[in-house]
Each structure stands twice: as structure tokens, then as C-alpha cells.
Design a protein around this ligand. Structure first.
Ligand code: PEP
Length: 248
């Protein structure tokens, strides 16, 4: 089984003070030895976070990247820049990017490729809307999003992805998928990964995201195909985030 990973996604939240507090807390924390931890912070905080987390076991991530390597793209940030300021991971295809910023499957694939070219680990986010789930199309939608990326990559590139299943209806809503609902989609994702061979099913970390909190994390993380969590709101409070880490 892959190592468990708990990754915090601060979204457009936080402050330099919070970066310092997390750096200290994660450096001092007695985290389970089998656990990987990561924090995805807003661009302006990456460099400070890289310093603040240097004495901890936590990896640093960004929340998106440009689909271009450099050039006249005002306001954009390249994968190489993220690497230079200490990031080793980057979220790609988060549902907020898909819905609010119009990133479709081909835009997601382009960003995954850029991340890999820059030496970053893409955390590919997948998830269905409530409408799609109610129409019993949840699994089909999520598998479609997965294949749209995997089919565009070489075998060696596929092995470098982390995948996060985040039902859109559970993100920031306080409504979590039940452990059984989450496990069913994770198992379907794992089965689909197996079709690509190459040890992909056994080797890929599959995270669950969507209102994961200190009081529901243990149950979710106990599911056989859930290898960790992508945590939004609860990753902004040190005690909550550490409690989720302890339950992994
Ligand atoms: C997220 O944005 O990736 C997320 C899972 O958010 P929340 O935990 O707040 O639902």
C-alpha cells in the first residue's frame, strides 16, 4: 500500500503569521512515522513557508500553475518558479479551478504535463457535482476525468501522480461523503488504474477530500482504498490539522 499522505489546501486564506505558526507546530509535532504531510499555500507565502517548514517533515505545495513554461502571460506562475521557491507538489484540476476558472480536462492535462516537466508532483483532483451524483453518474464522471489525464501521459509520467477524489458537493459544505461512498469511488479509481498496468494501482496515493475534519478523518482513512486526505477548511487550524494527521 502507498504511504498515507495528509495535505492541507489553504485556498486563498492564511497569512505570514499563520505560515510561521504552522512551521513551528509541524517542526515540533510528533507525527506518525509512516505519514507524509504537505501544505498547499498561496503563491506569496511559498518562500516563507519553505523556510518555516525546513525543519519539519512537511512538503510544500502550490495550488495551481500555468500551462506555459514562461513568457507574456501576465499574472501567471510557472512550474519552474514554484520549484525555485521550494514547492515540490502542486494541485491540478481542483474543482474550484474547474468551475470558477473554466479549466476543462484538456487544460488540466496541460498543467499536469507542465508540472511534471518542472519536476513537481501533480496532485490531480477529480470529483462529481451533486447533480451528477444524483443522476447516478458520479463514478463515470470521475473515471472520465482520470482517463482524460492518464491517456495523455507516458507510463513513466503516470507513476508520478497523486490523485485526490473530492466530490464537489462535499467541498467546503460541511457535508462529507460517507466512508462507504468515498471507498466505492476510490475502489473504482484503483480498478481503473490497474488497467494501465505498471504497478499503477498499487503505487498511486489516492486521497479523499471534502469536509474532512478531526472527527471524521479516522473513519475515512480506515477505508482500504483511501490513502490519505486533502483537507481544506480544517487545514487552517493547527490543532485540527494535527489531529487529522494523528488519525492517519
Ligand atoms: C479542498 O478544497 O480541497 C477541500 C477538501 O476543502 P474542505 O476540506 O474545506 O471541504
Amino acid at each position: 500500500m502507498p504511504m498515507p499522505l495528509i495535505a492541507g489546501n489553504w485556498k486563498m486564506n492564511g497569512s505570514l503569521n499563520l505560515v510561521e505558526s504552522f512551521g513551528q507546530a509541524l517542526t515540533d509535532a510528533d507525527l506518525p512515522s509512516h505519514l507524509e504531510v504537505a501544505l498547499m499555500v498561496p503563491f506569496p507565502y511559498l518562500e516563507s513557508a519553505s523556510r518555516a517548514l525546513a525543519g519539519s517533515r512537511a512538503a510544500l505545495g502550490a495550488q495551481t500553475l500555468s500551462d506555459q513554461p514562461s513568457g507574456a502571460f501576465t499574472g501567471e506562475v510557472s512550474g519552474e518558479m514554484l520549484r525555485e521557491v521550494g514547492a515540490s507538489l502542486v494541485l491540478v484540476g481542483h474543482s474550484e479551478r474547474r468551475t470558477l476558472f473554466g479549466e476543462d480536462d484538456s487544460a488540466v492535462l496541460a498543467r499536469v504535463r507542465r508540472a511534471l516537466e518542472a519536476g513537481l508532483t501533480p496532485v490531480l483532483c477529480l470529483g462529481e457535482t451533486l447533480e451528477e451524483r444524483d443522476a447516478e453518474r458520479g463514478e463515470e464522471v470521475v473515471i472520465g476525468q482520470l482517463e482524460a489525464v492518464l491517456d495523455g501521459l507516458e507510463a513513466e509520467q503516470r507513476r508520478r501522480l497523486i490523485i485526490a477524489y473530492e466530490p464537489v458537493w462535499a467541498i467546503g459544505t460541511g457535508r462529507t461523503a460517507t466512508p462507504e461512498q468515498a471507498q466505492a469511488i476510490h475502489a473504482a479509481l484503483r480498478r481503473r488504474l490497474a488497467r494501465y498496468g505498471d504497478g499503477l494501482a498499487e503505487g498511486t496515493q489516492l486521497l479523499y477530500g471534502g469536509s474532512m475534519k478531526a472527527d471524521n478523518a479516522a473513519e475515512l482513512l480506515a477505508q482500504p482504498d483511501i490513502d490519505g486526505g486533502l483537507v481544506g477548511g480544517a487545514s487552517l487550524k493547527i490543532d485540527d490539522f494535527l489531529a487529522i494527521c494523528q488519525s492517519a
